[in-house]
Design a binder for this molecule. Structure first.
Ligand code: ATP
Ligand code: MG
Length: 330
């Protein structure tokens, strides 16, 4: 063996012994220390997890008792709501009979005594009639609300001439407009448009929208009503130069009993039910209703859209008069 080979073998031996020594020292001191640190951290984490679990289960208990309280108050609210709906329906139903008796007897008294025992008697009888008219309208609105709430508000769709209906409503409302010196204008619109919808309910919507425009417009105001048909949809619009609406009020006025106008006298002339009923009617026809206004003092434009005929409507299922119409024209 040469000297070089002996030196290489010796160096290899020394290197191997040093590696073994390093491994032994690392294992003995460093790894042991690391293991201890890891175990300590693990222990800490386990303690933290246990504390969090305890806190969480406490919160779950609180949440569960809150859910139970909410369920009970919800149950109570439903019960009170049912009582309220029942009460409203009873009031609306049972007050109509005595009311129409008062109306009937007042009319008889007015007819029996056209000159009256004096002007005061006639004025008093007139006031009684006006008051009972107002109460009748409120009763009708309350009946509608109670039917809506109980799901008994059904639409009876039949074909009718929308133009003729609008003309009737405008003739009726023109009397009130005249009293306030309001110019109620019928804009150009198609001569004959047949719509398949609930005529009575749609007239209710028209009366409320045009009636509102007259009620809320100032003396000498100007109101325009128009409608058109496009792609099987009818759009009706009524614009006034009245008090207008704040942006924040545009949705609220469609809620029951909501009246945004601050004028106390105008508030007294209604109950804030007309628009909520109108919305139900238009929705039940598959349409939409809304209002546009640039703000207070800027007037309002109320509109609604309804399909010209309900989806799934078949003319052959309609009353015979519809079938007869084209033949009659020819
Ligand atoms: N053309 C309008 N201009 C300004 N505000 C309006 C107009 N129409 C409706 N409003 C506002 O919306 C509110 C709700 O209207 P809605 O027709 O529901 O009730 P009402 O007319 O006050 O009473 P009711 O219709 O029950 O007799 C009104 O009180 C009024 O504040
Ligand atoms: Mg109204």
């Amino acid at each position: 063996m040469s000297l070089g080979q002996i030196l290489v073998s010796y160096s290899l031996l020394v290197a191997a012994s040093l590696s073994l020594l390093t491994y032994w020292i690392t294992k003995k001191f460093v790894l042991k220390k690391m293991k201890r640190t890891i175990m300590k951290a693990e222990h800490n984490y386990q303690q933290q997890i246990a504390t969090l679990q305890m806190q969480l289960s406490g919160k779950v208990n609180v949440l569960e008792s809150m859910v139970e309280k909410l369920r009970l108050s919800n149950q109570e609210l439903n019960r009170l709501n049912e009582i309220r709906a029942k009460f409203m329906s009873i009031v609306a139903h049972d007050l109509r009979q005595p009311l129409s008796s008062i109306q009937g007897f007042t009319s008889v008294l007015m007819m029996d005594n056209p000159q009256g025992g004096g002007n005061n008697d006639q004025t008093a009888l007139n006031n009684i009639l006006k008051a009972t008219d107002n109460m009748n309208m409120l009763m009708a609105d309350l009946m509608d609300i109670s039917m809506i709430e109980s799901g008994r508000f059904k639409m009876d769709a039949q074909p009718f001439n929308f133009n003729a209906l609008l003309s009737d409503v405008i003739t009726l409302q023109a009397v009130n407009a005249q009293k306030k010196g309001i110019f109620l204008q019928k804009c150009e619109y198609p001569a004959e448009v047949t719509v398949v919808a609930d005529r009575f309910r749609i007239s209710q919507v028209l009366n409320n929208l045009i009636g509102n425009a007259i009620k809320f417009s100032p003396q000498g105001g100007c109101i325009e009503a128009r409608f058109y048909v496009l792609n099987g949809w009818l759009t009706f619009k009524v614009a006034d130069n009245g008090p207008g609406l704040l942006h924040s009020e545009k949705e609220k006025i469609f809620q029951k009993f909501h009246q945004s106008n601050n004028d106390r006298n105008l508030k007294k002339q209604g109950w804030g039910l007309g628009l909520s009923i109108a919305q139900e009617i238009i929705n039940a026809h598959g349409g939409q209703i809304g209002v546009e206004s640039a703000g207070l003092g800027q007037g309002s434009l109320f509109w609604f859209t309804i399909p010209q005929q309900p989806s799934g409507y078949h003319p052959e299922a309609a009353p015979a008069q519809q079938e007869a119409a084209p033949a009659a024209r020819a």
